[in-house]
Design a protein around this ligand. Sequence first.
Ligand SMILES: Cc1cc2nc3c(=O)[nH]c(=O)nc-3n(C[C@H](O)[C@H](O)[C@H](O)COP(=O)(O)OP(=O)(O)OC[C@H]3O[C@@H](n4cnc5c(N)ncnc54)[C@H](O)[C@@H]3O)c2cc1C
Length: 389
Amino acid sequence: MSSIYKTPLSNFIGGEGISYIIMTKYELAIIGGSFAGLSCAGAAAARGLKTVVFDKKKRPGSYTQSTGIFVKEIADQIDLPSHLTNKIHGVRLYSPNLEYVDLISPGYYFLATDTCRVLEWFSKEAENKGTKLVYNENINNIETRESDIYFPDQDISSKYLVAADGARSRTAKELNLGVNKSFLLGAEFEVSGIKGIESDFLHVFLDSKLAPGYIGWIVPGVSHFQIGIAVKYPKKPKVKELIEKVSGIFDTSGMKITGSRGGFIPCGGVVKPYYKDNVCLVGDAGGMVSPLTAGGIHPAIEIGRLLGIAVSDYIQDGGINPGLYIKKHLPSFTIKNQLRNIFDILSPPDFLYNFLIGNSLFKKSAQLIFFHHRGLLTKKAWEEILRKK
Ligand SMILES: Cc1cc2nc3c(=O)[nH]c(=O)nc-3n(C[C@H](O)[C@H](O)[C@H](O)COP(=O)(O)OP(=O)(O)OC[C@H]3O[C@@H](n4cnc5c(N)ncnc54)[C@H](O)[C@@H]3O)c2cc1C
C-alpha cells in the first residue's frame, strides 16, 4: 500500500454510539521530505525509530527548486541508480567576454541528476526502511505538550522534531530558532534543442552585471539542458538575458523551454541556534550550505543521516542531545564565509574577470573552489595548486 496520502492520521475506536480519537504517537517527526528530511528519516527508521515525514508537496518528486548537481563526495556515499544521473568530468569557466578555461581534476566528477526522480528514489528508500511518508500536508501549527512536540491539525505527537523545511524555514521562526538572513536567489529553465554545447562540462559564466554575487550556468542534464543564474538577493536572476548572451556561442535557434525551477539559497553559514531541547534544524533550514559554491545537497544528505542516527541513539539509548552530536560534523565554512564576504563587498568588475581568465593562479584558485568541497586547506588541494601544470 502506498503511504502517500492525506489524513485521516488518527485511529478511531469506540463502542455503540461512542467513538474516541486516539492520538498517533511517533518518536521522530520530520517537516520536509527532501534531501535532508528523507536522509534523516531513513537513518532513524532503519534503527527502529517510529518516524513520520510531512511535506506540503503533492508527491515526493512533484517539484524541485534545485539544479540537483551531486558533487563526488556525496555521490560516493549513496548508490543512486545510474539512469537517473549524468556524469560530468570538468568545469568550463567563461569570463564575461566569453573566453574560457577548462578545469579538470583527474578522477573527479559531478553528477547531473533527474532531480525529481532522485527525490522519488530517496522517498522510496526511506519508506522501505519503515518511514511513514505524508505528502500534501502543510505544517502550520506546532505546540509543545509536556516534553513532546504536538501537531494539533494532524493530532500527532512526537518525542523529537527535525525541521528540514528549507531555506525559509517556518518552523525555525515559530520555535524561536536561528533563521537564515543572507540569500542567493537562483532561477533556471530546462531547455531542449540547444546545440553545440560540450556535454562533459559544467558551463559556468562569470558576469558581474548578469550574475552579481554568483554565477550563471548551463548543465548537461539527464534528458535536457538546464540554464540558470543565481544572484545575491534582493537582486533578481535574469535567465533570458543569459540565454541571449550564450546564443553568441551556442546554437539556440531551435531551443524550447520545457520547464522552470528556482528558489532561495542560504549563504550566511549555519544559523544560531540550530537546535534546542527536542528540536533540531537540518539542511537549508539550518543554513548548512556552502556560502561560496551554494552546494547544499551534500551537507543536507550527510548531516541529515547523522542526525537520524543521533536521534535514534538519544531516544533508544540515552545518547547525547542530537543537536550537540552533529555539531562536530558541521562544516565550519570559515574560509568560504570570508571569501563570500570579500566577493560581496568587492564584487569584481567584468574587466577584471576578462583579464584574469588566462592567469594560471586564477585558474588554480577556481580549481580549488570547484573540486575541493571539503577542505580548501587539505594536502591534496594544495598539491593541486602548487603543481606546475
Ligand atoms: C536554483 C537552485 C539550484 C541549486 N542547485 C544546487 C546544486 O546543483 N547542487 C547542490 O548541492 N545544491 C544546489 N542547490 C541547493 C540545494 O537545492 C539545497 O541545499 C537542498 O535542496 C537542501 O535540501 P533540504 O532538504 O534542506 O531542503 P529543500 O530541498 O528546500 O526541501 C524542503 C522541503 O520542505 C518542504 N516544506 C517546506 N515547508 C513546509 C511545511 N510548512 N510543511 C511541510 N513541508 C514543508 C518543501 O516542500 C520541501 O520539500 C540549489 C538551490 C537552488 C534554489
